[in-house]
Design a protein around this ligand. Structure first.
Ligand code: UDP
Length: 306
């Protein structure tokens, strides 16, 4: 976890030193004060290879416009994103906003699901243990089956649901209240229930000793959960929040046709499949666009002042 990632790293057994990479910075940009790393898919995979060989823990955030909007009203979530070892652009809106507010430095969109599959397909994942956490009943297990069949290098040592959504929602609300006021200690039966279930979950994951943890709770739950719990699972070298990826990989939801993926229209496909996402999509498109435009106007006003 930032701010102490290794500057460079020795490849185990090979004696070769991986060429120096500025592991802290990696072309950091900010959109509405939320971090994004302008790196290519290959560079992310190179970094992950190093993370997995290191002795420290890392997490990657796959950023979309909805998360940037959420971060404006949830300072704890913003902090969690900004402390991530890598924040990569999972959403065409992020690429456009960076172009508009900063520069051309985001080379491409890297979807959470694509990153997950690229890791599973890589050579460096050989001998590493993977744990799949989240999604609905039986979905993580189905995802594990699909991945095992498709990628001979993957070693999935555990898969299962997280904590029921309602209990996590209550916990999340309590965390936000606590962060904002910083004074209230909310002790309730809900919190106790959450802690009990979470301890069981951590215990289950620790038994499997995974190196890589994919968490599919949706944002911001997954990122906040990773941030709060990664230290309790010392074997983890890399954790990534992958949103609805298990639903797609398991076949529960059909993924957008390639042409839509190519043009960054996966959000539209998901809206067609799940019309109840309309509020979330509005947040991601209308609200995000407005906030970006307002930020640009503010920048122009400030720089044009004598
Ligand atoms: N999910 C979960 N726990 C929760 C809320 C959601 O495991 O408390 C799962 C849900 O079943 C789905 C996944 O999180 O499989 C992603 O949810 P969503 O579609 O909201 O995420 P997105 O892909 O939009 O980030």
């Amino acid at each position: 976890m930032n701010p102490t990632p290794p500057a460079s790293c020795q490849l185990a057994g090979s004696g070769a030193i991986i060429k120096f990479i500025d592991m802290n910075a990696r072309n950091e940009k900010y959109i509405l004060n939320v971090k994004i790393n302008g790196i290519s898919r290959k560079e992310v995979l190179d970094d992950i290879k190093i993370f997995l060989l290191s002795g420290s823990q890392h997490y990657i955030v796959t950023l979309n416009p909805e998360m940037v909007v959420e971060a404006q009203k949830n300072p704890h979530f913003k902090d969690v994103i900004n402390r991530a070892d890598r924040s990569i652009a999972d959403g065409i809106g992020i690429i456009f906003a960076n172009k508009f507010l900063n520069d051309d430095s985001l080379p491409q969109r890297i979807g959470g699901i694509d990153l997950m599959l690229a890791i599973c397909a890589s050579d460096f994942i050989k001998n590493k243990k993977i744990y799949l956490l989240g999604a609905g009943k039986g979905i993580a297990e189905k995802t594990a089956k699909v991945l095992r069949n498709k990628y001979p290098n993957v070693n999935i040592v555990g898969a299962g649901e997280g904590i029921p959504a309602q209990i996590t929602n209550d916990k999340l609300q309590m965390t936000n209240k606590f962060t904002v006021s910083n004074t209230q200690h909310i002790i309730s039966s809900k919190k106790t229930e959450y802690n009990r279930l979470n301890n069981e979950l951590i215990h289950r994951i620790n038994d499997a000793k995974p190196d890589v943890l994919f968490v599919a709770f949706g944002a911001p739950k997954q990122e906040m959960w990773i941030y709060e719990n990664i230290k309790k699972i010392p074997s983890i070298r890399l954790a990534i929040g992958v949103g609805g990826s298990f639903d797609f990989i398991s076949g529960k939801i059909k993924r957008a046709p390639r042409i839509m993926q190519k043009f960054g229209l996966e959000w539209l496909w998901r809206l067609i499949q799940e019309p109840k996402r309309i509020n979330r999509i509005c947040n991601a498109t209308v609200k995000f666009s407005w906030l970006v435009l307002r930020s640009k106007i503010q920048k122009i006003v400030i720089t044009s002042r004598p």
